[in-house]
Design a protein around this ligand. Structure first.
Ligand code: NAP
Length: 306
């Protein structure tokens, strides 16, 4: 059945593709954005999270809200001000939406499907991480914890809540894979740190399919790891990308201390280890199109060759 979906962060890497997928399936799509836009087939409503301003019409006729908004974690050094923005763009934003829902008790919203991050678990070595594993204590873990807590506030409004703890999204046109592949393409690729840290990756097609599944499957609630069933180490990922690009890997590993010097606290993004399980979402009936890294990379680089 056709639904009306309101996306926060609908202009981003994931939001843009999810918008197209929803429109292709015949759903109606609106965006909540900081800037006006003329995306074909989409109505854009404006908000200013810092000022607590939101266009009240944004929820009219909406069934499901997908919460993707958030300041990009890789855009600039993690100063105190930047950390505050990274957290509050995720927590204060959804709180603003809930404030509006409370003020309009006749609203039609039934569900909130939100992004979270696999960084929720912190640095956990070789431990297999399920949705009940303990959260970490570093900045990103704390951010995810606060983000999920803010989203969970919708339960008291009677909403169905789904949170996807997203791993490293492999996408042909941006995101982490583009950053990782750049030095490899130039012949300067190298494993980061020990290379033994687990990278919970997922192909972008499976990300979009899982969001559609979370929106359309009204039985789904709670938190799910949004990761492929076969996690790999940083070394395995780097080698697989180099092989797919037909490039040699001859440089020694980049030592952890050098990454810490270069990136500061942000080095946790590449050095933390998360071996996350996809068992819970698979057990719910979700089928991955790209369960293995080899299939995922072959599809991504076939797109680039064409
Ligand atoms: N891509 C990944 O690998 C990955 C992995 C784990 C988790 N996630 C999470 O999934 C969500 C979507 O990811 P993405 O890669 O599509 O993100 P993205 O490309 O960075 O887009 C995020 C969107 O959030 C909005 N935004 C940015 N800064 C904001 C601010 N200060 N206040 C309010 N809104 C702001 C922007 O929309 P407007 O400009 O229209 O306002 C932007 O388009 C994010 O929350 C991200 O943390 C992504």
């Amino acid at each position: 059945m056709s639904k009306h979906i309101l996306l926060t962060g609908g202009t981003g890497l994931i939001g843009g593709k999810l918008t197209e997928a929803l429109l292709n399936k015949g759903h109606r799509v609106s965006h909540l954005s900081r800037t006006p836009s003329t995306h074909h087939g989409v109505t854009t409503f404006l908000w200013d999270v810092d000022k607590g301003q939101i266009d009240e019409a944004c929820i009219n006729g909406v069934d499901t809200i997908v919460h993707l908004a958030g300041a990009n974690i890789a855009d600039g050094r993690w100063t105190d001000a930047r950390k505050k923005e990274i957290i509050e763009s995720r927590t204060k934003s959804i709180a603003l939406v809930y404030k509006l829902l409370k003020a309009k008790p006749q609203h039609t919203v039934k569900a909130v499907v939100s992004a979270s991050g696999i960084s929720y678990y912190g640095d956990k070595g070789d431990e297999l991480l399920t949705e009940t594993s303990a959260p970490g204590t570093d900045f990103l873990a704390s951010c995810c914890l606060q983000w999920e807590h803010a989203v969970n506030m919708g339960e008291s409004l009677g909403l169905r809540i789904v949170k996807f703890r997203t791993g490293v999204v492999l996408d042909a046109n941006g995101g982490a894979l583009t950053t990782l592949a750049k030095p490899i393409k130039l012949g300067f690729g190298a494993t980061l740190g020990t290379g033994k840290q687990w990278m919970a990756w997922i192909h972008e097609t499976d990300v979009i399919d899982m969001y559609l599944y979370g929106i359309e499957n009204e039985q789904l609630t709670g938190e799910y790891n949004m990761v492929a069933p076969n996690p790999v180490t940083n070394k395995q990922l780097t080698k697989a990308v180099a092989k797919e690009l037909h490039k040699p890997l001859w440089l020694p590993k980049v030592p952890s201390f050098a990454l810490q010097l270069l990136l500061g606290e942000m080095s946790t993004v590449v050095l933390s280890s998360q071996k996350a399980s996809a068992q819970k979402i698979e057990a719910s009936g979700f089928k991955f199109k790209y369960p293995t890294l080899m299939w995922a990379l072959k599809e991504i680089y076939a797109q680039n060759d064409s």
